[in-house]
Design a binder for this molecule. Structure first.
Ligand SMILES: *[C@@H]1O[C@H](CO)[C@@H](O)[C@H](O)[C@H]1NC(C)=O
Ligand SMILES: *[C@@H]1O[C@H](CO)[C@@H](O)[C@H](O)[C@H]1NC(C)=O
Ligand SMILES: *[C@@H]1O[C@H](CO)[C@@H](O)[C@H](O)[C@H]1NC(C)=O
Ligand SMILES: *[C@@H]1O[C@H](CO)[C@@H](O)[C@H](O)[C@H]1NC(C)=O
Ligand SMILES: *[C@@H]1O[C@H](CO)[C@@H](O)[C@H](O)[C@H]1NC(C)=O
Length: 303
């Protein structure tokens, strides 16, 4: 009995050491991330187009219109009527910036045997901009992004005239992870080699808790802003079409409204520090992506 007990104790001690070593030294933990994201369900449906999945927290950050006008180059007007038609109760004199903290997964073009390794990205985005001066087509300006340091997406973002900061992510290969001992989620992106006014460029989303009611923003609003063509300097656009009608948004995967805390100094929101009670949506959707589209050809685009 005693012998058995001591063997068991020894076994436990060895197992504990192995477990620690596994975490610290396992090449699969260090080099190859295992994501929790579901596979791309639409690749075979669109074999000759780039498709993938985007698992994300989209958080809405209302800022004074005057601040928005100071940040957004004056050649692009804000289509205030467009966001007011979707959000009639949005506070007067405010503009909705949105924050994307996302993980791109299972990107492929089956017809060309093309795949792109997964990557993460985080950005502040300025929707409802009148890029073409037509008074009605909404575009989203994304001036800068934190992107996984080893990803070809860094060069991709630069191709749109965006500032792309090579970054590391926690968690490294998911959009967010659980906060230990609660229902909240966590995401942090930190630039590996660039600083802003207050140290390394970073964005942190902490303790985003699910909420069952009280979201001031509708699913329709989130679908709208995350489907506007994205631009950097205004020449080329990224026309990413997120689909909310697949298995990835059904059952246990249904999009959920959340609320939490954001800290950041990612330009152009350099001066922003800590914001509590930020509303957001967590959703994973497949997407079809038309890359490097001349923005002018998207006049009238409405999703
Ligand atoms: C999205 O990511 C979260 C965090 O990793 C994960 O729990 C969830 O299952 C993912 N959703 C899908 C549809 O893969
Ligand atoms: C794609 O890869 C498969 C398996 O490696 C190969 O049989 C096929 O010819 C490739 N197709 C193209 C278009 O390269
Ligand atoms: C950061 O470093 C990577 C390589 O280590 C480089 O490719 C990238 O351009 C750098 N980014 C910035 C913004 O300096
Ligand atoms: C989902 O929406 C897309 C775009 O509107 C459409 O092409 C596709 O047929 C829809 N899929 C299903 C399963 O309804
Ligand atoms: C977003 O909503 C505006 C205002 O209703 C509409 O004009 C626009 O076409 C919508 N865009 C997308 C991509 O859904």
């Amino acid at each position: 009995m005693h012998h058995f007990h001591s063997l068991r104790t020894q076994f436990r001690a060895v197992a504990r050491v192995l477990a620690i070593c596994f975490v610290l030294f396992s090449p699969s933990a260090a080099q190859k991330c295992i994501t929790h994201d579901q596979p791309n369900p639409i690749a075979s449906q669109y074999p000759d187009l780039p498709t993938g999945t985007l698992n994300s927290t989209t958080a809405i950050i209302p800022i004074p219109l005057a601040s928005a006008l100071a940040i957004i180059p004056s050649k692009w007007r804000i289509l205030e009527g467009a966001y007011r038609s979707l959000l009639p109760n949005f506070p007067a004199g405010q503009y909705p910036v949105f924050l994307y903290a996302a993980h791109d997964h299972d990107i492929q073009i089956p017809a060309f045997n093309f795949t792109l390794p997964d990557f993460s990205r985080t950005s502040f985005n300025f929707p409802f901009l009148d890029l073409l001066g037509d008074g009605y087509t909404s575009f989203t300006w994304t001036p800068s992004q934190l992107i996984s340091a080893d990803s070809a997406a860094l060069a991709g973002a630069q191709g749109y005239g965006q500032v792309a900061y090579a970054a590391s992510f926690d968690p490294p290969c998911d959009a967010y992870r659980a906060v230990p001992g609660g229902c909240g989620t966590y995401h942090k992106s930190v630039s590996t080699n660039s600083t802003s006014g207050s140290g390394h460029v970073f964005v942190e989303l902490d303790d985003f808790q699910p909420i069952t009611h009280g979201s001031p923003y509708t699913l329709k609003f989130y679908k709208n802003i995350t489907n506007q063509p994205i631009f950097g300097n205004g020449a080329l656009c990224d026309n990413m079409i997120r689909l909310f009608n697949t298995t990835l948004t059904k059952g246990v995967f249904e999009p959920r409204f959340v609320k939490g805390k954001v800290s950041a100094n990612l330009p152009p929101m350099n001066r922003m520090q800590v914001m509590e009670g930020v509303y957001g949506l967590q959703a994973d959707t497949p997407f079809i992506e038309n890359t490097q589209v001349e923005c002018a050809t998207l006049q009238g685009y409405s999703g």
